[in-house]
Design a protein around this ligand. Structure first.
Ligand SMILES: Cc1cc2nc3c(=O)[nH]c(=O)nc-3n(C[C@H](O)[C@H](O)[C@H](O)COP(=O)(O)O)c2cc1C
Length: 402
């Protein structure tokens, strides 16, 4: 990954990604729906949360290791499922899954990935959590679940906020489509990124591998596009429908896209093992609360009945710690990993994970804690929580004049 200055944070990877891939693809990643209120709030709401700096503690022996759904990980981070990562980097999902395995975290694979779950399994011995959606034709999900079992996926992520797509203005304006358009401006965009273009010629996987073989009429990108245009998602997603998926998959089940405490209760009632508090990275309903805003209410409502994850807006290790302290057992990272992938494939994803890990570890030390289970509400700053009182008249003016 060539960079004129050292890569020190996720934003550096974002800028490299922006340079490396065509504008149309970068915009696809780095955008939200409609006015992008939720998309922005996912990040900015983290900024208004403060951590308590603690001193006078022994923070010599620290570990970020933890378990999620009983599985041991090197840190409380999972790579979130993101569609068509294989257009950012050749065979991108295989590269990202290898990076995740090497780092000791789980890889969430989108059902809309270019590489099939079998291809990703062949590339990575690590934990793969396959994300699925409910289609009108249930035989598709049945087939995909069979494939997930055969590929030894250790969890299924059922995304339930994806069936009505939020409008992303920028994608429409760019003419983004499947297959990618061949308009003069799109061609100029692709040709203007020769390194990306040449690398994509090496890709072994260029279609939607989890649908090829699971949908009769889908054989390649064009037939997938024809089938996808028929609006195949089921819109009846009542809890009794979701219960049916619970019954089809005996392993760990995560319901992704929960933003309301009442829905979190329902997820627990149908026997899900975890939920992810998520608004699909601000790509669906605009003006929904940010994930971090909704998290404490949901965590409080479900208590220990179900594990609670968060995804949306994680860009730093401090964000991870804030999410844990607000009730999450772990977080999923979407764009942070995608920026790394677009910047430099497996190495770039490893770099993203490494940045998050180092930031998390050092910030734990500054908070005076040495293990993930100590990341409770107690590490969040609030005058009341910290036992502080408003400085009174005289003391306050003395402070100000100093
Ligand atoms: C480019 C892109 C594609 C995505 N595709 C999917 C998908 O196929 N399935 C899904 O459940 N979530 C998808 N997501 C949402 C992510 O799983 C996750 O909820 C989101 O990225 C978290 O926000 P963050 O990007 O700020 O970390 C996608 C997100 C992005 C940015």
């Amino acid at each position: 990954m060539y960079s004129p200055t050292p890569v020190t944070c996720i934003d550096d990877l974002r800028l490299l990604a922006k340079r490396r891939v065509p504008r149309m693809l970068y915009d696809y990643v780095d955008s939200g729906s409609w006015s992008q209120i939720t998309y922005r709030a996912n990040e900015t709401d983290f900024h208004s949360i403060r951590l308590r700096q603690r001193v006078g503690r022994n923070v010599e022996n620290r570990t970020t290791a933890t378990t999620i759904l009983g599985m041991p990980f090197s840190m409380p981070v999972v790579i979130a499922p993101t569609g068509v990562a294989g257009f950012l980097y050749p065979d991108g999902e295989m590269a990202a899954a290898r990076a995740a395995a090497g780092y000791g975290v789980a890889y969430g694979q989108s059902i809309l990935s270019t590489c099939s779950v079998e291809a990703v399994r062949s590339a990575s011995p690590g934990e793969i959590w396959l994300q699925v959606s409910i289609m009108k034709d249930w035989s598709i999900l049945e087939h995909q679940i069979r494939r997930a079992k055969e590929a030894q996926c250790s969890a299924l992520i059922l995304t339930i906020d994806f069936h009505i797509e939020g409008q992303r203005h920028v994608n429409i304006k760019n003419g983004l489509g499947i297959p990618p358009p061949m308009t003069p401006s799109a061609i100029a965009d692709f040709v203007g990124h020769p390194r990306w273009l040449l690398s994509m010629l090496r890709a072994r996987h260029r279609d939607f591998g989890n649908f090829t073989g699971s949908v009769k009429s889908v054989e390649d990108l064009r037939s997938f596009a024809r089938w996808y245009a028929t609006e195949p998602y089921q819109l009846d997603l009542g809890w009794e429908v979701l219960q049916r998926v619970r019954d089809m998959w005996p392993g760990k089940l995560i319901i992704k896209g929960v933003l309301d405490p009442e829905d979190a209760h329902e997820a627990a009632r149908i026997g899900a093992d975890a939920i992810s508090v998520s608004n699909l990275g601000g790509r669906q309903m605009d003006s929904a609360p940010s994930s971090i805003e909704a998290l404490p209410y949901i965590a409080e409502a479900v208590g220990s009945k179900i594990e609670v994850l968060l995804d949306g807006g994680i860009r730093t290790g401090q964000d991870i710690l804030k999410a844990l302290a607000s009730g999450a057992r772990g977080v999923m990272v979407g764009r942070a990993a995608l920026y790394g992938l677009a910047a430099d494939g497996e190495k770039g994803v490893r770099s993203a994970l490494d940045i998050l890990h180092k930031e998390l570890d050092r910030t734990m030390a500054s908070c005076g804690i040495t293990s993930i289970d100590q990341a409770t509400r107690d590490i969040l700053w609030s005058p009341q929580h910290a036992g502080a009182r408003e400085p009174r008249g005289e003391a306050r003016s003395a402070q100000i004049s100093r």
